[in-house]
Design a protein around this ligand. Structure first.
Ligand code: SAH
Length: 271
């Protein structure tokens, strides 16, 4: 009997060390995973601090020093995470003084030209905008931040989808992105307080001019050939349109009915 009892006890005791060992393994794993996620979090935080530093440097050196002084535009560009609008391989260059590829032969414009075009439109929080050429969505997100509502049109559906997702992730919901030929504008939603075209057109499209608000509506767009354009600011007062040339620039072509033919070779843009 005693012997049997001992056996039973022994059997009952056998799992105990195993249990403790299991617990130990579990605790070790948990602490390792904990450490790993701490290391990951620490790395992510340091990385995001580094992006903040690069962004501030971009604003100070590329924008303020070149004369951009609209406080709202500068503040918006200080907080907008431009690196989230480019693919992993281009993130390290996201705050450099140049355009970057965004896929489909298109580019995200140089920060300075984004700031310049945005500043020149003198955007107000109550404005409704039309943007043509959503691309990465970086400019669109800035417009969402600075205005009441943004309609944006993109010809390439993949880019439109990616842009919509990125902008949504940042918490903006004051926009609608359309896939199609933006060279015709959006007659059903017109008129707009402001229009921004971020691809080159061969000549000023009348159809876009007439979608501007009659009481001082303004549009900024690059007009020229596929190599070089003039950045123009058009203002509408009733049926009178005035146009001013602001600077020389180089954008990718707007491909569509009032843009260039679709067989045109897309080249990387300077801005
Ligand atoms: N502002 C964008 C860059 C735009 S690049 C950014 O911040 O990333 C120009 C964009 O215009 C490209 O994405 C291109 O696909 C788009 N595009 C070209 N022709 C178009 C058209 N007819 N209608 C709408 N978008 C067009």
């Amino acid at each position: 009997m005693t012997c049997e009892l001992n056996m039973v006890l022994a059997q009952a005791r056998t799992p105990a060390p195993q249990f403790v060992a299991d617990l130990l393994v579990l605790a070790l794993c948990a602490s390792f995973i904990g450490k790993l996620s701490y290391v990951n979090l620490d790395f992510a935080m340091r990385k995001s601090r580094e992006y903040v530093r690069l962004r501030n440097r971009m604003v100070d050196e590329q924008l303020v020093k070149r004369g951009i002084n609209d406080r709202r535009v500068l503040d918006a560009m200080r907080m907008m995470p431009r690196h989230q609008f480019v693919s992993e391989e281009f993130k390290p260059q996201a705050y450099e003084d140049r355009p970057l590829p965004i896929g489909e032969g298109q580019t995200i414009s140089q920060p300075y030209i984004v700031a310049f075009m945005t500043e020149r439109l003198r955007l107000k929080p109550h404005h409704t905008m039309l943007e043509i050429g959503t691309g990465s969505g970086y400019q669109t997100a800035l417009l969402c931040h600075l205005t009441h509502f943004v309609f944006s049109v993109e010809r390439v559906s993949l880019l439109a989808d990616q842009a919509g997702e990125r902008i949504g992730d940042l918490g903006y919901n004051n926009l609608e992105i359309y896939v199609g030929d933006g060279s015709q504008g959006l007659p059903d939603q017109a008129t707009f307080d402001r229009i921004m075209v971020t691809a080159a057109v061969p000549r000023l499209p009348n159809v876009l001019c007439t979608q501007l608000d009659k009481h001082g509506g303004q549009m900024i767009l690059p007009v020229g050939d596929e190599h070089l354009q003039d950045l123009k600011l058009v203002t509408r007062r009733d049926e009178r349109f005035t146009s001013r040339t602001l600077l020389r620039c180089r954008f990718v072509p707007l491909v569509g009915r009032f843009g260039f033919n679709s067989d045109i070779n897309s080249r990387p843009s300077i801005f």
